[in-house]
Write a protein that binds this ligand. Structure first.
Ligand SMILES: NC(=O)c1ccc[n+]([C@@H]2O[C@H](COP(=O)([O-])OP(=O)(O)OC[C@H]3O[C@@H](n4cnc5c(N)ncnc54)[C@H](OP(=O)(O)O)[C@@H]3O)[C@@H](O)[C@H]2O)c1
Length: 280
């Protein structure tokens, strides 16, 4: 099987390249092909002739998207449409990475894959619109929504907490947002499996279990053996440009249809801390 990954230099992309050993992989950064440009995307797909395209490229700065709406839609929505068109031209299957931010965060029970989209941020809207448009172009594409991604390949919440904890005795972290942390290598392994299973439709793929950012931060500091105190606070004390979902736990039912299992977020965090230890 030949796979082309857009966004191969990102947090997930690096884990995908690392995990995808059994197939032939073409790994592209924005320099290899800017997804905003259909000609560049089509040329890259024609060159690599993939069976599967994994679209992990995105403008992921959630607050940045609020002030750069045009860029957010150009990359996250038009970019995804361009990749879907190139996939259609080449007869490739497409797996598109999406997000818990397509939901409003008002639910109190885990979101099923067919729950109506109701994004409350520019980032969420750009990804939700992309989902709708690529499903029109490629009705049998696969959309994998994930949440709270972390890993050693880039900026992420555990990395931020560990850096802060190195210099601070206490850190305030919000306890009124709940979700499921997801370790990039676990997600990457699930994506490889989904492509091998020829999956289609909308799927939710996160580590199992859920927590608040406060609980996650405590587990990070404790797991790293640090003494920093994590204090609970609320979102109104941390006003940021983009609204965050209060509750964005994604139900695992859709991925279970494919027999895909995911470790708990606690085990995933332990693996992250072990992987990080030699370089920190
Ligand atoms: N991070 C999270 O917490 C999270 C949560 C839910 C869903 N997701 C989704 O998961 C996917 C992967 O996220 P991530 O955190 O791994 O992203 P990331 O670390 O921010 O990496 C973004 C990737 O996109 C590429 N890219 C950006 N603009 C591009 C453009 N115009 N043309 C081509 N490539 C472009 C970057 O390439 P360069 O290195 O060349 O700039 C980089 O490889 C995204 O679809 C994201 O929406 C992420």
């Amino acid at each position: 099987m030949h796979v082309t990954i857009f966004g191969a230099t990102g947090l997930l992309g690096k884990a995908l390249v690392q995990e995808w050993k059994q197939d032939q992989v073409t790994a592209l950064s924005s320099k290899g092909a800017d997804i905003r440009d259909l000609n560049q995307v089509s040329a890259a797909v024609r060159r690599s002739r993939p069976d599967w395209i994994v679209l992990a490229a995105a403008y992921t700065d959630v607050d940045g998207c609020e002030s750069n709406r045009e860029l957010a839609f150009a990359v996250n929505c038009q970019g995804a449409v361009n990749v879907a068109r190139a996939a259609e031209e080449n007869g490739s299957r497409l797996l598109f990475l999406s997000t818990d931010y397509v939901f409003d965060g008002l639910s109190t029970t885990p979101y099923e894959a067919d729950h109506p989209r109701a994004p409350r941020s520019v980032y969420g809207r750009s990804k939700a619109d992309a989902e709708v448009q690529i499903l029109q172009i490629l009705p049998s594409c696969c959309i994998a929504r994930t949440s709270w991604l972390f890993g050693i390949g880039g900026k992420c919440f555990p990395d931020t907490i560990l850096k802060l904890a190195a210099n601070r005795q206490q850190i305030d972290v919000v306890e009124d947002q709940r979700g499921s942390p997801t370790h990039a290598p676990d997600l990457a392994r699930a994506i490889v499996q989904l492509c091998h299973y020829n999956a289609s439709g909308i799927l939710h793929v996160t580590n199992t279990g859920d927590c608040t950012w406060y609980e996650f931060a405590r587990a990070i500091v404790n797991g790293a053996g640090l003494k920093t105190t994590i204090r609970p606070t609320t979102s109104d004390k941390f006003v940021r440009p983009a609204e965050r979902p209060k509750f964005s736990v994604l139900s695992p039912r859709s991925r279970e249809r494919y027999g895909i299992t995911m470790p708990s977020w606690q085990d995933a965090l332990q693996n992250y801390l072990l992987a990080r230890a030699p370089s920190s």
